[in-house]
Design a protein around this ligand. Structure first.
Ligand SMILES: Cc1cc2nc3c(=O)[nH]c(=O)nc-3n(C[C@H](O)[C@H](O)[C@H](O)COP(=O)(O)OP(=O)(O)OC[C@H]3O[C@@H](n4cnc5c(N)ncnc54)[C@H](O)[C@@H]3O)c2cc1C
Length: 574
């Protein structure tokens, strides 16, 4: 089995990962990217609506500032975000957006030539910069093109299945080469996990099929704790039928939400912000309308943009129109779009501080959606996640370079650990291959995804959460004690085997989310308990941490203080 050697390994070639890679290459560090998909096929390319920065370009926007951006983000987070990290992010937002513009991101413009900005949910100013409704695509391509000049090796079609951690530091990672079916080791002095979100844990999600969250599970299993996993964002407007995202930009441009009585029902839930209240509030409002019989077919409400006119729809929302036509048979120039809430984003992730390094494992970094810095707390504002990935990817790359240059690490010290880990990983993966095929992993995976949607969704309460937790723990035991297996003739590009490996890790993440949701007896941001509908700062103004105790064994929890600097918690009203 082959073991390669680098100073730094970036796991995942999305917005965060490629941003870090460029900084490392600039600093002269020997770096490689190990990634399941080619960088420009990362989920970032699906991002539609935009990226926030207080440029203050909007002609009617007034004077925006980083302080206002920070306040909106912290209020949006229901005061669970770490305020020092938020301050970092919003201050860096302006230079980072200009830097990306100079690298070739084709942002949409106002008539005066400045970068255009649109209003987004929970923002007091129109501060979301965009490239029509294809912002992620524009960002990802510019960043990838930038990385090409540094000739950085990219190992694509490689899934990282293990992180090697010992003596409180990282030694490298082990990947499954999907093309050959072989394992390959990468020794490194520092490693960044920028593996994106975990939306595929839920049956209704806007996330691509690659967003299994498996990278988070690999970190958890290596002894790097996860943080705040119970906070799962449900986007209010996903297309009924496929749950493809219908961007908040549609409401930012002036779209209305309408129930079966023809009412703009947001009046009842957020009389000032209306459709542009934060996502947690709008998602609950839509679910309430549907539950109380004011939806359509008991499943969706209408998102109406007809009053915006064809010209605006064609220039500002061309992709949305196309998605409506292709996937729902609805042309939004003439008819309203059918929408319902769906899983969209993980506020939680790998616990790191504002340098993006784990406080528990030296040399282990994480940025982007896989990480929890935490800048989104209990609820993320639209446009802040591309920003998180763009800013902390860059900061992470710089901090990794600094770490590598200031620590004397001898890569050959990791040889025997890597070899041992390769052997154990091979045994674990071989365990998924058997002619008998006792339990079908795909059936169990589907059951888990439905369970999460039904019992750990927008509205939560004790009994359904307990049921879900019991079943997830049963499944975990079944996987370890009885085995889930696929039949393998050839290991080359064996998608079945790949998905089975993911499922094994996804069960741990599902347990973290459910256990956290059951334990947190309050409502905050996206976590809403019908049996505990109030926020409880006395007991719960704290981050949850999750620790792995072994495959098939229950996850252990503890807690960590929230960093509060200048913004004292207040009641959240819109
Ligand atoms: C449809 C959609 C629209 C969105 N729109 C917006 C928006 O308008 N504004 C906004 O701010 N946010 C938006 N978001 C959220 C935002 O796009 C993401 O949070 C962000 O792009 C994540 O970037 P990332 O670099 O962390 O991860 P990703 O871009 O998801 O990249 C992850 C990378 O890791 C690789 N990978 C994963 N697991 C492994 C593994 N085990 N081994 C090796 N490689 C691995 C993948 O192949 C991929 O290359 C949207 C999200 C979705 C789903």
């Amino acid at each position: 089995m082959e073991i390669k050697s680098y100073d730094a390994i970036i796991v995942g070639g999305g917005l965060a990962g490629m941003g870090a890679t460029i900084e490392l290459a600039k600093a002269g560090i020997k770096v490689a990217v190990v990634t399941t998909t080619h960088p420009v096929r990362s989920h970032t390319v699906a991002a539609q609506g935009g990226i926030n920065a207080s440029l203050g370009n909007h002609p009617e926007g007034g004077d925006d500032s980083w302080e206002r951006h920070a306040f909106d983000t912290i209020k949006g987070s229901d005061y669970l975000a770490d305020q020092d990290a938020v301050e970092n992010m919003v201050k860096e937002a302006v230079p980072r957006v200009y830097e990306l513009e100079h690298w070739g991101v084709a942002f949409s413009r106002f008539d005066n030539g400045k970068i255009a900005q649109r209003p987004f949910g929970g923002g007091a100013f129109p501060r979301t910069c965009f490239a029509a409704d294809r912002t992620g695509h524009a960002l990802m391509h510019a960043l990838y093109e930038r990385s090409v000049r540094y000739k950085i090796p990219v190992y694509e079609d490689h899934v990282v299945v293990k992180a090697v951690v010992a003596d409180g530091r990282v030694h490298g990672v082990i990947a499954l080469n999907l093309v050959s079916g072989e394992l390959i080791g990468f020794k490194a002095k520092a490693v960044m996990f920028s593996t994106g979100g975990c939306g595929q844990i839920y049956s209704k999600t806007t996330n691509s099929i690659i967003n299994t969250g498996f990278g988070m599970a690999v970190a958890l299993r290596a002894g790097v704790p996860l943080k705040d996993m119970e906070f799962v964002q449900f986007h209010p407007t996903t297309l009924y039928g496929t749950n493809l995202l219908i961007s908040e930009a549609v409401r930012g441009e002036g779209g209305y939400l309408i129930n079966n009585k023809g009412e703009r029902f947001m009046e009842r839930y957020a009389p000032k912000a209306m459709e542009l209240a934060p996502r947690d509030i709008v998602a609950r409002a839509i679910m309430t309308e549907i539950k109380e019989g004011r939806g359509f077919e008991d499943a969706y409400v209408h998102l109406d943009v007809r009053h915006l006119g064809a010209e605006k729809i064609l220039t500002r929302l061309p992709q949305i129109r196309e998605l409506g036509i292709r996937f729902a048979g609805v042309d939004c120039i003439h008819e309203p779009l059918p929408v319902q809430p769906g899983n969209h984003y993980a506020m939680g992730g790998i616990d790191v501080d504002k340098t993006t390094m784990s406080p528990f494992v030296k040399g282990f970094f994480s940025a982007g959606e896989a990480a929890c810095v935490s800048v989104h707390g209990a609820n993320r504002l639209g446009g802040n996640s591309l920003l998180d990935a763009a800013v902390f990817g860059k900061i992470g790359g710089q901090k990794m370079a600094e770490y590598i240059k200031t620590h004397e690490i001898n890569l050959s010290d990791s040889d025997s650990l890597m070899e041992q880990a390769m052997k154990e990983t091979k045994e674990w993966i071989d365990g998924f291959i058997d002619e008998k095929n006792e339990h079908n992993p795909f059936q169990l995976l589907n059951e888990m995804r439905e369970l999460m949607m039904d019992k750990v969704g927008v509205f939560r309460s004790e009994d359904p959460l307990k049921d879900a937790l019991n079943r997830i723990r049963e499944m975990k035991k079944m996987v370890v004690e009885e085995g889930v297996t696929v039949i393998v003739k050839s290991r080359r590009f064996h998608r079945g085997l790949e998905r089975t490996i993911y499922f094994d890790g996804m069960l741990d993440l599902a347990e973290c989310i459910t256990l956290g949701a059951l334990t947190r007896t309050e409502s905050r941001g996206a976590h809403y308990r019908t049996d505990y509908p109030k926020r409880d700062d006395d007991n719960w103004l704290k981050h949850s941490l999750y620790w792995f105790q072994g495959r098939g064994k229950p996850i252990k929890m503890d807690y960590k203080e929230v960093i509060i600097t200048k913004w004292q918690p207040m009641e959240r009203k819109y």
